[in-house]
Ligand binder design. Structure first.
Ligand SMILES: Nc1ncnc2c1ncn2[C@@H]1O[C@H](COP(=O)(O)OP(=O)(O)OP(=O)(O)O)[C@@H](O)[C@H]1O
Ligand SMILES: [Mg+2]
Length: 339
């Protein structure tokens, strides 16, 4: 896998001035995405996942205060003009949302929208060629009888089908980066797995890198190469997927694992929600933002820990004073269990 990052985010912070005070949505996050890889961004509601993604897409409202840097394919995204950025959006960087109706226009057929999406960025492509490509894309994302269904309106598709159509639109111009924000949350569990598979297939067909945002750590196991865990607008842990599941060195990640049915099944843990609620983004707790809910908290935790590398390569990073001292995770390999 290539190692020159496609996306390089450094010390990104995002604040929103509101009547109640400054909302600290994201605080000092740094991460890379390399070409072709899938990075999962996981955390509870309000942890700053969507705001980070919107910052990359430059879709935040104008009153957002953004500091730090976002470099994409050699360009400084925060320095691009609106017109330059519009050229990137939907072309080099594409987004898949939780609700397909935010991306699909109800008054146009799927064919109209796909053809338009293709021709906006490639005006030299004929209508006929764009329509053929639209049919191919629907086939790729698993829409049955794509040649007929392409002329349907969005409301004639089921929820899962609409999600597939939106994925088709997102990959229509072979983006280098696909950002999927809770792409399956609105779908029922069996359809979720199918849509994730479609995303994976779409990604492989186009060679795109993917940022998969979800609150469900259990969902990322078979899909992501790396995982980054967010809490209170900060990065709490980052590592390759196996390390997160089997060798996590962070109490928050461990809490997520035992609170999510699919992930709890992978460890010996019983299903247990993390007690308490995520912090207010305006009045954050002193020291480690997870301290008030953390089962491992000590006096040191009134001092905020840094996100520090562990082990030899430094690819595994954790924000916890006790990262090295935590007991080993007790893992029960699901394949052994059934044996
Ligand atoms: N436009 C805005 N104005 C003010 N505050 C905002 C705005 N957008 C987001 N926030 C706040 O920023 C914080 C991070 O929000 P964000 O949407 O990134 O969370 P998230 O991790 O995506 O959560 P979820 O899982 O619920 O989607 C939250 O406290 C949210 O209320
Ligand atoms: Mg969100």
């Amino acid at each position: 896998m290539a190692t020159t990052p496609l996306l390089s985010v450094r010390d990104l912070s995002v604040g929103f001035k509101t009547d109640d005070g400054l909302v600290k949505a994201v605080t000092g996050i740094s991460f890379d995405v390399v070409p072709g890889e899938t990075l999962a961004v996981v955390g509870e509601s309000g942890s700053g996942k969507s705001v980070s993604a919107m910052a990359v897409m430059r879709l935040l409202p104008s009153y957002a205060q953004i500091t730090g840097s976002i470099e994409f394919d050699g360009r400084d995204l925060l320095a691009l003009s609106v017109a330059q950025m519009r050229k990137l959006q939907g072309n080099e960087i594409a987004m898949v949302f939780q609700d397909p109706m935010t991306a699909l226009n109800p008054v146009f057929t799927i064919a109209n929208q796909l053809v338009e999406g293709i021709r906006i960025h490639n005006p030299t492509v004929s209508k006929k060629a764009a329509r053929d490509r639209a049919v191919d894309l629907l086939a790729l994302v698993g829409i049955p009888e794509p040649r007929q269904r392409v002329d349907n309106y969005p409301h004639e598709f089921s929820g899962g089908m609409r999600q597939r159509a939106m994925i088709a639109m997102a990959i229509a111009n072979e983006p280098k980066l696909l950002i999927a924000d809770e792409p399956t949350t609105a779908l029922d569990v069996t359809i979720q797995a199918q849509v994730l598979e479609v995303m994976k297939k779409a990604q492989e067909a186009t060679g795109a890198a993917m940022m998969l945002i979800t609150h469900d750590l259990g969902l990322v196991a078979g899909v992501a190469d790396r995982v980054q865990v967010m809490y209170g607008g900060r990065l709490f842990e980052t590592a390759d997927t196996d390390t997160i599941f089997y060798r996590s060195r962070n109490p928050y990640t461990r809490g997520l694992m035992t609170s999510i049915p699919t992930a709890a099944a992978r460890t010996d843990a019983r299903l247990q929600p993390i007690p308490g609620a995520p912090p207010s983004a305006i009045r954050q707790p002193k020291g480690c933002v997870f301290r008030p809910r953390c089962p491992n908290a000590e006096d040191e935790c009134f001092e905020e820990p840094d996100l520090l590398p562990l082990g030899e390569t430094g690819e595994h990073q954790s924000r916890c004073h006790f990262a090295e001292a935590l007991p080993e995770l007790e893992i029960n390999d699901p394949t052994e269990r059934s044996a």
